[in-house]
Design a protein around this ligand. Sequence first.
Ligand code: GLP
Length: 267
Amino acid sequence: MRVIIKPDSEQCSQWAADYVAYKINRFHPAPNRPFVLGLPTGSTPLGMYRNLIEQYKAGKISFENVVTFNMDEYIGLPPEHPQSYHYFMKENFFKHINIKPQNIHMLNGMTRDYEKECTDYENAIKKCGGVNLFIGGIGTDGHIAFNEPGSSLSSRTRIKTLRYDTIKSNSRFFDNDLNRVPKTTLTVGVGTITDAEEVMIIATGSNKAEAIRQGVEGAVTHMWPISILQMHQHSIIVCDEEAASSLRAETVKYFKEIENRTLDFPL
Ligand code: GLP
């Protein structure tokens, strides 16, 4: 696991965007060999998306041969609902870049056949040859996508019921009205995420500190789904000083010292 600790959230976003651009450019994607990205929503990745849009506008990166799979979607919110993840992705990223609409994959929270929707999603990922880089945020309880504590660490795309804490936390996007937050979601599984060649989780702010501590220093356990990254061959956590603030001083020193001597973007 690489743990990149940056002074603030802005520098985390910058590093994450630069890394995504580097991975895509180095891959030289083509129509018959697209780069496959797994994408998150939430407030954390917003800075990375803004940064990637700037890089696209500056001609530093193209999404023409990039295929995307989003992590999750609320059940019962139509794509035009401002709090749906479809809407979020369109407004904050897709409409600003040159991605082809047919290359965008998102779970349909309005489907009547959840099982088929989830199986089809898994098959679509397989058909593309798997995800090259899965990017995620993290919940304060260590959830990734909507895989709440107790989720099987080998779970696949499925329906999930949200726990009270997540509903409460996400109610900030619904005028703080808990009743308006959907209670169920469709989400890729922990296993779907860790099947990716590489996984990059971004965490900022002190409310993520305990989850980062558990994920980096704790034992691998389904009660902290983030901890599964310890079993992944290529996982990266990009966090700011606040999110790293519950790590032991030696842990921080170790990862910073290693990173000082690691080339971020080797040729
Ligand atoms: C939701 C999403 C997660 C996201 C989390 C944290 O629960 N399903 O994918 O990581 O929120 O969001 P934020 O980045 O706003 O803290």
